[in-house]
Design a protein around this ligand. Structure first.
Ligand code: FPP
Ligand code: MG
Length: 330
């Protein structure tokens, strides 16, 4: 069995373990979409119903179940719905910013309905995301999610400020992806740990797990944007380069090679032949492999945290999940 099959198998097993919680959360989100004001109702329903991986919910649910105690499905599903709605809101806005035409194989909100609707629909979804956890008795949960929403914005702004900056440092790149992606996974992991009833110390440890998982997840996303190892992404390749975003593979290339020639290629990255040439050059310099190894080192750090949690079936599944993650293709 190759690693890609292993990734699919692990996801399948994890999904089946948390299926009731996933179903309840899907129902809650559908209800919110269907109760939206006319003008937003159909548009938000379409966004919510798009098939997605729901990895954030799965991480939250698995951690919530990882201590083996009786679970509260409603609290779990509310927290996950909040996370997913926040994530979807941020993607609706992100597609406006990145001028992305497609999301999960369908027209993005702004390309179907225009920027004005997309901005307002994203705002509405952000508000609904926070309403999901308004009545949550453990106030750390809404606080975590509100913090994540703020960090997403900060990360995205930082990314915009660095657009076109071929001198971006490794630390600055990590700061961007911590903000725009890992912060929400930190929040998922912490909410899961809170719902599992873990001590504040373990909740913080789980936050670290989410951080490293989130950094690895975005590094892999950035590799996939080059079309390397990608299949059925449901979005276009090379959008990062075309938007002037220098992500890890390119950063690694700059560490070992002259920038001048590559900077000229980047300016023409919208031409397919130039984009392919860039991929070839990065491949020759081993940049995708090196970036993958960095992602893998973060996944190992996430795995180390699992040693602090009860050793059981879910713990093993999370370990396999992290190990197989570098082989994700969409
Ligand atoms: C996708 O990155 C974008 C994000 C993970 C975060 C976007 C955040 C915002 C727009 C600000 C916050 C907004 C709200 C409503 C709180 P990507 O462009 O690298 O990935 P992609 O290729 O999937 O688009
Ligand atoms: Mg984008």
């Amino acid at each position: 069995m190759n690693f890609s099959d292993k990734y699919q198998d692990v996801i399948k097993e994890a999904r089946s373990l948390v299926q009731p919680a996933l179903d309840l959360s899907a129902k809650m989100m559908r209800e919110v979409a269907e109760n939206s004001p006319s003008g937003l109702r159909e548009r938000i329903t379409q966004t919510v119903e798009r098939p997605g991986k729901r990895l954030r919910s799965m991480l939250l649910f698995l951690l919530a179940k990882s201590n083996g105690e009786t679970e509260d499905l409603t609290r779990m599903a509310r927290a996950a719905s909040s996370v997913e709605m926040l994530h979807l809101a941020s993607l609706v806005h992100d597609d406006v910013i990145d001028r992305s035409e497609f999301r999960r194989g369908q027209s993005s909100m702004h390309s179907a309905f225009g920027n004005k609707i997309a901005v307002l629909a994203g705002d509405y979804m952000l508000a609904q995301s926070l309403i999901f956890v308004l009545e949550e008795e453990d106030r750390r949960i809404p606080k975590n999610l509100a913090n994540a929403a703020s960090s997403l914005v900060a990360g995205e702004i930082l990314e915009i400020d660095h657009a076109g900056n071929t001198n971006i440092s490794f630390e600055e790149y990590i700061q961007v992806i911590e903000g725009k992606t890992a912060s929400l996974l930190v929040s998922c992991a912490k909410c899961g740990a809170i719902l599992a009833g873990y001590s504040p110390e373990i909740v913080e440890d789980c936050g670290r797990l989410g951080l490293h998982f989130g950094i690895a997840f975005q590094i892999i996303d950035d590799i996939l944007d080059y079309g390397v190892g990608a299949e059925s992404l449901g979005k276009k390749n090379f959008e990062d380069l075309q938007n002037g975003l220098i992500t890890l593979p390119m950063l690694l290339y700059f560490q070992k090679n002259s920038k001048e020639e590559m900077e000229n290629f980047i300016k023409n990255a919208y031409e397919p032949s130039t984009a392919n040439l860039i991929v070839e050059k990065l491949e020759m310099a081993n940049c995708f492999e090196d970036a993958k190894n960095i992602a893998y080192s973060h996944l190992q750090k996430a795995t180390e945290v699992l040693e602090k949690l009860p050793s059981n079936h879910i713990n093993t599944l999370l370990k396999d999940f992290f190990e197989a993650m570098t082989e994700r293709r969409n």
